[in-house]
Design a protein. Sequence first.
Length: 599
Amino acid sequence: MPFAASSDPLPSELALGHMPVRQDATGDAASPAAIRRLSHALANPRGPSLKAQKKAIEQLKAAVASIRVGDYQAATKRTLTLLQADERNGLAWHVLAIAQEKSGRLSEALNAYDAALRILPEDPAIAHDLARLAQRLGHLEIAEKLLLKFLSVEPGHIEGTNNLACVLRDQKRYDEAIDRLRDLIAIEPESPTLWNTLGTVLSDQGRMGESLPFFDEALRLDEGFAKARYNRANALQPLGQPERALADLDHALPGAETPYERAMMRMARSMLLMGMGRLREGFAEYEVRFDPEMPEAMNVAVDAPRWDPSRENIRGKRLLVVGEQGIADEMVFGTCLPDVIDAVGPDGKVFIAVEERLIDLYQRSFPTAVVGGHRAVRIEGRLHRYCPFMEEIGETEGKADAWVPMAALLAVYRADISAFPDRDGYLTPDPEKVARWKRELEDLGPGFKVGLHWKSLILTGVRARYFSSFERWKPVLTAPGCVMVNLQCGDVSEDLAAAEAAGVRIWTPPMNLKDDLDDLAAISCALDLVIGPGIAGTNIAAAAGARTWLIHAPDDWHLLGTDRYPFYPRVRTFATGGFDGWPRAIAEVRAALEAEVSV
C-alpha cells in the first residue's frame, strides 16, 4: 500500500500485520530550509522581551545547532531550560516541538507545536509543521483547518497544497483532493510531489492500474524520488508484478528521507518477500516491526532476555511467548505454539501472553502451558506491552528464562512452505459450547448453516478497499437452501435491516460477538461453514478447525507465494483478483454454496 502523511491505526482484527502506508506528505521541520528560517527568526527577534534576552537567544541558537547535527536530546534539554524561565517563549516551544518530533515523541511534539502556535499565531511555518504532524497522528480535521490557515497566507504553496490533498484523501474526499492537486499541477506541472500524491489518491481507492502513470510521471521528473518509487511498488504488487515491486523498493530504500520512511519501506519489503514465498528473507526483514520509527512498534517490558534461537537451545527452559499486533495476527502467528511447546519438552515450561479475550481458548488448547493476558500502555508515544500474570507467577515459581515475540517463531519453525503442518486447526473449542450452539442452530430449522463476516471494525483510510459493501453480498445471502447466521461484530443493525427489507433473514446469536471469543470459536465449529474476509472472526474459525472460506485481497501476504493459506491449509480461498474484484469473488462463493447444498 502507498506512504501516507499519517500512519493509519493498525487493524486490530484485520489479519494484515503491519500495513505499509503511502508516502506522500512533504515537509520536514528540521530540513535545511526550516533551520534557516529559524536561524533568521533568531537573528531578527520580534518583541522587546526577546531583544532583552540575549542569553535566551544564544541558547536557542545552540539548540537549533544541535538539531542541525541530529542531537535532539541536547536541543530538548536546552529548550526545556529556557521554557522553565519563560513559558511564553514561542520560538523555544517551536524548537522544542521540532526536537521532540525528530526524537519520535510525537504526542509531546504535538503539544509543543500547539503551544508555539498559541503564542505566535501569525507564524505560518508553525501552522504547517503542526498540521503535518496532526495528519501523521490521524487528527485529520485539525490538520485540515491548519493547512487552510497556512494556505490563506501562502497560496499556491506546493507542500501545503500537497499535504491538504493528503488530508482530504484520508477523509475519503477524493474528488476534492484531485481538484486541489489538478489546479496546482496546471501551474506547477514540473512538481513530482504533486504527481506522486495524485497517484496515491487513485491507489487509495484500489485503482492501482490508473495510479501507475502518475507515479511514472513523478519519477520521470525526478528519477531519485524515493516516495514515488515506493508508492509505485505498492501499486505493482497487487497488480501481480512482485518482481518489479521488489526492484522499486530496493531502489527506493537508499533515498528514504527520514528513518520513519526507511522503516516503512522495509516493512513493505518484508511483506512483499513473504508474499513471494521467500520466507527466510521475509521473516528476517519482518523484524523491522520493532524499529522505534514504526508508529506501532512494540516494546515488551519483560524481566528476561529475548530468546536467540541461533545461540540458545530452549530445551528444558522457561519461555514466555508474547502475542503481538491484533487478534487475527495472534491466530496466524500462534500456529507455531505446538512446535515451541514440543521444543522446551516436559522439563521446560511455556508461558503464553495473549489478548485477554483469548485466554480460555488458548489455555484449553495448550494445557501444559500457562496462559495469561498481556496489556499495553503508551509512554511518550511508544507502545509498551507487559504481562501482569508473569509477575504473579514469578513470585512463587521464578521468572522466565527468556521471552520471544510470537511472530518470531515463524522464522524458527516455518522457514519453508513444507514446514507448515497439514491440519484442520490448532485450537480446541469448548466441546460443551459447541454442542449447545449446535442445538441452537437446529432450532432454526433445516438448511445449510452459514456464518457470515463481511467487514472490519476499522474502515479508515486505505483499509476500506479491502472490504466490499454489504449490498454486494446479496448473491451469497440469497443462496438457496442456506440459513444465514450473523457473526459480524460491531453495529451492523443497518445492514441487517436492509437484508430483512429485501426478504433475507439473518439470525444473530445471543452473544457478544466482539468479546465472547470462546463462544465465537464454538459456534464457528457448530456451523456448517464460515465465510468472510481475513478478519479476526474468520481467523478464529480457521484456527479452531471450523470449515472456513476466506476471501482474500490481491496483496495478501499470508498466501506465502501459494494459492492457499498455509497457516490454515484446509481453508478454501477465494481471490478477488483486484480491489475491484469483489463481485467476481462473491459470484464464485455463491456458485460454491449452490454446489454444497445440491450434494
